[in-house]
Design a protein around this ligand. Structure first.
Ligand code: E4P
Length: 217
């Protein structure tokens, strides 16, 4: 499973990128707001830092303006992936951009039917929002499983990008369900390493190494 980082915080991206944990980045208007950055500048900087796709989201909801925005975002760098909402206007823009060779991430997916439409429109990625479904007591992972089944049934090449990931368990479950990608905030990726037995075991080894006087170099 590929890891995308769900942030516009360049320092956090750099840190994880140096560890080889970044296959791509996703942003959205809320993350841009949080960063306090200009979307075009921030996207360019992230695209220069990261080799993989960097999702930058349109803000218009009507077709004409959305297409203009998508085409403009696509000029920022070759690894920009234009993010459009799961609406008919978004799917129209998706079809045009993908036909022109631009990667498109269709976002705000909450149903298997929506994912089916996005695949038909040629989306590179579909972003089902796990956490926001969980917030409504609907199991977001069931949606990932349904989309996986549907895409596999028909050989759709659209990649499932599990989004709105809120916990390390979400990462594990997305991997078990066969999501192609999961995008998570840096704090969630950092948490994935935690296990109390690792910490306790290491504390003991450090103590014993000291007592044994072990010196390697
Ligand atoms: C990423 O593409 C999504 O915009 C993001 O994961 C949404 O996450 P949230 O539901 O925590 O805002």
């Amino acid at each position: 499973m590929k890891f995308f980082v769900d942030t516009a915080d360049i320092d956090a991206i750099r840190e994880l990128n140096d560890l080889g944990m970044v296959d791509g980045v996703t942003t959205n208007p809320s993350l841009i707001l949080k960063s306090g950055r200009d979307i075009l500048e921030a996207t360019k900087e992230i695209c220069d830092l990261v080799e993989g796709p960097v999702s930058a989201e349109v803000v218009a909801v009507d077709f004409d303006q959305m297409l203009k925005e998508g085409e403009h975002l696509a000029t920022i760098a070759p690894n920009v992936c234009v993010k459009v909402p799961l609406t008919w206007a978004g799917l129209r823009v998706c079809k045009i951009l993908t036909d022109n060779g631009t990667k498109v991430n269709v976002t705000l997916c909450f149903s298997a039917n929506q994912a089916l439409l996005a695949a038909k429109a040629g989306a590179t990625y579909i972003s089902p929002f796990i956490g926001r479904l969980d917030d409504m007591n609907i199991d977001g992972m069931d949606l990932i499983q349904d989309i996986r089944t549907i895409y596999d049934n028909y050989g759709f090449e659209t990649q499932i990008l599990a989004a709105s990931i809120r916990s390390a368990n979400h990462m594990k479950d997305a991997a078990l369900m066969g999501a192609d990608v999961a995008t998570a905030p840096p704090a969630v990726i950092s948490k994935m390493i935690d296990h109390p037995l690792t910490k306790n075991g290491l504390d003991q080894f450090v103590k014993d190494a000291k007592e044994a006087g072990i010196k390697i170099v």
